[in-house]
Design a protein around this ligand. Structure first.
Ligand SMILES: C[S@@+](CC[C@H](N)C(=O)[O-])C[C@H]1O[C@@H](n2cnc3c(N)ncnc32)[C@H](O)[C@@H]1O
Length: 215
């Protein structure tokens, strides 16, 4: 097959498609895609997390990939961070960097084998995007977060519109609080193709202390 790239990633349809593409991308993702596109989201998530959360964790990185968020977390040495991803190859690359406590191979579109109220903070970059994970995964992600937990998640701006994230955030209002959306550029000045102006939301919120059960 030809090398994976952003357009192939955006065109994926199913979790299995994701498994296959990222199996081939794990070795070159950091030095190819992330470097060539001047990929900013993991650094921005790490910066926002430092602004809104200073606890010891545990922190869960959703769709952690090769671990670029942890690469940028200045406080990572004082926090327990777990990486969750559907791709064992991406997780293996992340594990080799030594920043994560635990690697969790799991599909965010399914029920997660993680107890209620496990995580004190949840981060994610580049996973809520075209061809990857939609808004329904947020229910599970909120379930496994502790009361009061902090979330810093990027959502591709076009995917936000196309997949109804605004309606999902309205539906989640009884379960989350202090919701803020910041719009950012996904790529930096070195990105040189049609994706240069692509935008994402950084959604920042907390899980409420008293949460009604899911119906
Ligand atoms: C664009 S990469 C982002 C990786 C990393 N967070 C970053 O910003 O570099 C998207 C990641 O989401 C993972 N992914 C895609 N679908 C998934 C799913 N259903 N469940 C869990 N992870 C998934 C992929 O394997 C891939 O590692």
């Amino acid at each position: 097959m030809t090398d994976p790239d952003l357009d192939k990633a955006y065109a994926l349809q199913t979790p299995d498609d994701n498994r296959k593409l990222y199996a081939d991308w794990a070795d070159s993702y950091d030095t190819g895609f992330a470097k060539d596109m001047d990929y900013q989201l993991p650094r921005l998530v790490a910066l926002v997390l430092a602004e809104v959360y200073q606890g010891p964790g545990p922190v869960l990185d959703l769709g952690a990939g090769t671990g670029l968020i942890a690469d940028h977390m200045l406080m990572r040495g004082t926090m327990a961070i777990d990486a969750l991803d559907i791709s064992p190859q991406m997780l293996a690359t992340a594990a080799s960097k030594g920043h994560y406590r635990q690697m969790i191979e799991a599909d965010l579109t399914k029920r997660l084998d993680i107890s209620d109220a496990t995580y004190d903070a949840v981060v994610s970059s580049g996973t809520f995007t075209h061809g990857h994970v939609g808004p329904d995964a947020l229910d599970e992600v909120i379930r496994i977060a502790r009361p009061g937990a902090t979330f810093v998640l990027t959502i591709n701006a076009e995917h936000f519109e196309a997949r109804g994230f605004a309606a999902k955030f309205e539906q989640l209002a009884p379960r989350i609080a202090d919701v803020e959306h910041r719009q950012v550029n996904i790529y930096g000045g070195k990105a040189s193709d049609e994706h240069r102006d692509d935008k994402a939301h950084i959604a920042i919120f907390r899980k409420r202390y008293s949460v009604p059960p899911l119906t």
